[in-house]
Design a binder for this molecule. Structure first.
Ligand code: HEM
Length: 402
């Protein structure tokens, strides 16, 4: 306890609760307060440290030896608390346990796979946009585009059956709420915890996966003993936890960005090859995955402060991606910017292993839209959703004009 007090007393304390409903609907005030108060602050409400400075977040992510993930990438500290589910791998595993599952995913989700899938995904995206336009072009882009497209192509590629796709979103919502405290949001999604967890576990079993998909390839890696048979279903599960809601909301954010920045939409239409850069700029601008926690392995110095062992640090990716020390006019969404180096996909050892998959999903959908849609505009005020970890939309009414 003495150690905790001494490291906490060495930095300014912030009296805001990031999980209070008003900060979840709009995190700007909280993120700005943390980032502009000091390189590192202490959050009394949860007895954790927090940083929103680009350099400090980057330093923590780069130093996987001293800032680890094995105690969980959410608020709960697995050194002292029991995880709500078996910890994720590779997401919540440190080397050496991290490395084999990570290598398998890098291979399964690699360039060869993406080349093989691109044509099919582009055709799916073209067909979806044609269908939406045939229906008159008034859509809830959250449901009809941002959810519909990833929920078709990604689970197909994993090798999941076609039913209950919306429940994949409900599971992701639960997982990312569970990275926060046991608040009303968690309780709301946890009402389905037993049912959804059991269903997800059954989806990850070898016999329920299509032999041509990512899931079967992960199991095949266990036959080669690249990973163990115990790890295989957890690695499949990592795709279902980390790979769906993140991408759905990333795509929702870029559609919102274009609908509210018509001049940037015109630029994309003139040069659809900018789709990739545009998506990265949207991931910087909106940071769909707002926050991850890493934990000190041993006493260590960070931003001039000596932190104790097993201390959780809240890494505010959304604040770092808007740090004016790193980004010029950070609140502006613009295709002029080179967004590379943003922290929306993390950095270092645990940097998102699915980022190229997410980019390709966004790229083919944007390309399909840019080829067909002259104007993309809000049809009614959109409604923000809330999640303890993600930055989400509930509805996004748009009008698409040919
Ligand atoms: C890791 C964000 C899409 C699978 C991460 C991390 C971030 C992130 C920030 C690092 C977490 C940390 O440092 O602790 C995102 C965003 C996405 C996205 C914003 C979409 C826009 C995906 C997709 C997949 C995926 C499509 C799967 C195909 C993973 C996995 C990890 C990870 C397995 C853990 C990697 C490791 O620990 O080595 N993601 N992600 N993500 N992501 Fe993503």
């Amino acid at each position: 306890m003495t150690t905790l007090r001494s490291d906490a007393a060495a930095v300014p304390s912030i009296d805001l609760d990031p999980y209070a409903p008003e900060h979840l609907v709009d995190r700007t005030a909280f993120l700005t307060a943390v980032r502009e108060t000091a390189p590192l602050v202490h959050l009394g409400a949860h007895d954790v440290f927090a940083t929103g400075r680009f350099d400090v977040v980057r330093e923590v992510l780069a130093n996987w030896q001293q800032f680890q993930v094995g105690a969980g990438v959410g608020l709960a500290n697995f050194h002292t608390e029991v995880p709500w589910r078996p910890p994720a791998t590779p997401t919540e595993a440190d080397p050496p346990a991290h490395d084999a599952p990570r290598r398998v995913l890098t291979d399964v989700l690699g360039a060869r796979t993406l080349r093989r899938l691109r044509e099919t995904w582009q055709a799916e995206a073209d067909e979806l946009v044609d269908r939406v336009l045939a229906g008159g072009g008034e859509v809830d882009a959250m449901a009809d585009l941002a959810s519909a497209f990833p929920l078709k192509v990604f689970p197909d590629a994993v090798g999941l059956p076609p039913d209950r796709r919306d429940d994949l979103l409900a599971y992701g919502d639960l997982v990312f709420n569970a990275f926060g405290p046991r608040n009303a949001l968690f309780e709301r999604s946890a009402a389905r915890l037993g049912e959804l967890s059991g269903w997800i576990t059954s989806l990850c079993a070898r016999e329920n996966l299509d032999p041509a998909g990512f899931g079967a390839q992960i199991w095949a890696a266990s036959d080669r003993e690249d990973i163990t048979a115990e790890q295989a279903p957890l690695v499949v599960r990592s795709l279902l936890s980390a790979g769906i809601d993140t991408t759905v909301h990333g795509i929702a954010w870029i559609l919102h960005a274009f609908a509210t920045h018509p001049e940037e939409w015109d630029r994309l239409r003139a040069a659809p090859e900018l789709a990739r850069r545009a998506f990265d700029e949207a991931v910087r601008w909106a940071s769909p995955l707002q926050v991850v926690f890493h934990t000190t392995a041993e006493p260590v110095e960070l931003a001039g402060v000596r932190l104790g062992k097993h201390r959780k640090i809240m890494l505010l990716l959304g604040a770092a991606n808007h740090d004016p020390r790193r980004w010029e006019d950070p609140g502006r969404f613009t295709l002029d910017r080179d967004p590379s180096g943003h922290l929306g996909f993390g950095m270092g050892l645990h940097q998102c292993v699915g980022q190229h998959v997410a980019r390709m999903e966004a790229e083919v959908l944007l390309t399909a839209l840019a080829r067909r849609v002259r104007r993309l505009e809000p049809a009614a005020p959109p409604r923000r959703g809330v999640n303890n970890t993600l930055q989400v939309w509930e509805t996004l009414p748009l009008r698409l004009t040919k």
